[in-house]
Design a protein around this ligand. Structure first.
Ligand code: 5GP
Ligand code: ZN
Length: 114
């Protein structure tokens, strides 16, 4: 998708330091961190929202979780824990319409979320 911010990061049109990359997934630090650690895992292929997922996307979505888990271990935040968040549409608070998994860590999270 030419007009998608995260596709531009995947394509290199918006230079962004990647903290993880495989065939299907990249991860990078969030530009507006909401916790001491806040990074995003995204599929390279454009999928707008979780409403658009199809059965064939199962492996890609699984890989987002695996990437998040791997990065968390590498960063030493796995034992203390972290929060994975995927926002969908207006009520979910989604602002970038290319699926992304937030990973937040380094402080105590609260529940319920805002
Ligand atoms: P959403 O609100 O859609 O769940 O999350 C979008 C996230 O993308 C926000 O946390 C926002 O800070 C982050 N973001 C928006 N633009 C950029 C950007 O250009 N670079 C990076 N690294 N993160 C971005
Ligand atoms: Zn996109």
């Amino acid at each position: 998708m030419t007009d998608c911010l995260f596709c531009k990061i995947v394509n290199g049109d918006i230079p962004t330091e990647l903290i993880y990359e495989d065939d299907d997934v990249v991860a990078f630090n969030d530009i507006g961190p909401q916790a001491p650690h806040h990074f995003l895992c995204i599929p390279k292929r454009h999928i707008s929202t979780t409403n658009d997922l199809e059965a064939g996307d199962a492996e890609t979505i699984g890989k987002l979780t695996l990437a998040a888990s791997k990065i968390a271990k590498e960063r030493g935040i796995a034992d203390d824990g972290y929060r994975m968040v995927v926002n969908c549409n207006n009520h979910g608070g989604q602002t970038v319409f290319h699926i992304h998994m937030h990973v937040l860590a380094g402080r105590q999270m609260t529940w319920p979320p805002g």
